[in-house]
Design a protein around this ligand. Sequence first.
Ligand code: DAU
Length: 342
Amino acid sequence: MRFLVTGGAGFIGSAFVRAVLRDFPTAEVVIFDALTYAGNLSTIADVLDSGRVKFVPGRIQDVASVEGTFRSFPPTHVVNFAAESHNDRSLLDAGSFIQTDVAGVYVLLEACRKFGVERFLQVSTDEVFGSILEGEFTESSPIEPNTPYAASKAGGELQVRAHVKAFKTPALVTHGGNSYGPFHFPEKLIPFFIVRLIDGKKVPLYGEGDQIREWIHVDDHAEGILHALMHGTPGESYNVGDVNERRNRDVVSILLEETGRDESFVKKIPDPRKGAHDARYSMNCDKLRALGWSPKREFIASLRETVRWYRENEAWWRPLIATADYQSFIKRFYGPSLGDDL
Ligand code: DAU
């Protein structure tokens, strides 16, 4: 088997590559990644050292780079993790989201059609379903995205659906829940708050922190995607989540405890997502569980372990938060409400 993992230098993609190397000792892997701000060679230093992984720099929306890679390394399995994925950035400017999450998926699907593959899997998100106040999303829940990011992911997965119908592309989609764990770029709730708390800075909680997210450890998520790829049916989609709903403020309490900070480090700010802030996510994952997958990591212990990982791996994240792009995003997005606490 030859895996082409686009976005493999990112958070979930790199965890997926580790799972492939562990479960398929003879598989070859190519990581194709644009190394934008959230993709990083230091995230995949260990897998590159394994000698079984080749790295190719490139953007999935670039037809020549994608086709060149399919030609020089004809993959049997293509898994697309490449994405712009931060809701808050999409509220400032969604142009790059449309380019990567919509146009990029189209380019990959066309390459699969032209060169032929055994399986293509598009990694999508539960956010395409919007918000659910009661009950759970199933794979056939209506697609009702509320942010420019979620809409771009919905656009990507609807193209997959069309390629399955129109060209019989052997493609699948997974919908992942909120993931946490090592190598998570420090802009999403958990890693952003951890690095700020380690540095003794206040953390910006949107509103009262009432929103509910269903958290899954990144390795459980990656293993779920691999399971869907190997055991799922082309044309189908699979939800990949844990039974682990938490209010934001309760997640933050664990982070405060583990970093030795108190409530005075939480600054409640006016909700910057306004009407686009989904109140709750919850997914029914029976379809993938019926194929033999289930998440294994316990949330509180794994979240504490994640905090310890950030403490022990400052060399990984300090350079990321020192970049001009990071500083300017934080100032632009949080500056008005964090004020002196920036
Ligand atoms: O559900 C899957 C999705 O989970 C993925 O598709 C997205 O790529 C991923 O970013 C995540 O989306 P969220 O918007 O839920 O994640 P985020 O960590 O940005 O925010 C989680 C919650 O925390 C949300 O209710 C907003 C809140 N929040 C977030 C940040 C960054 C804060 O209160 N303060 C913050 O500074």
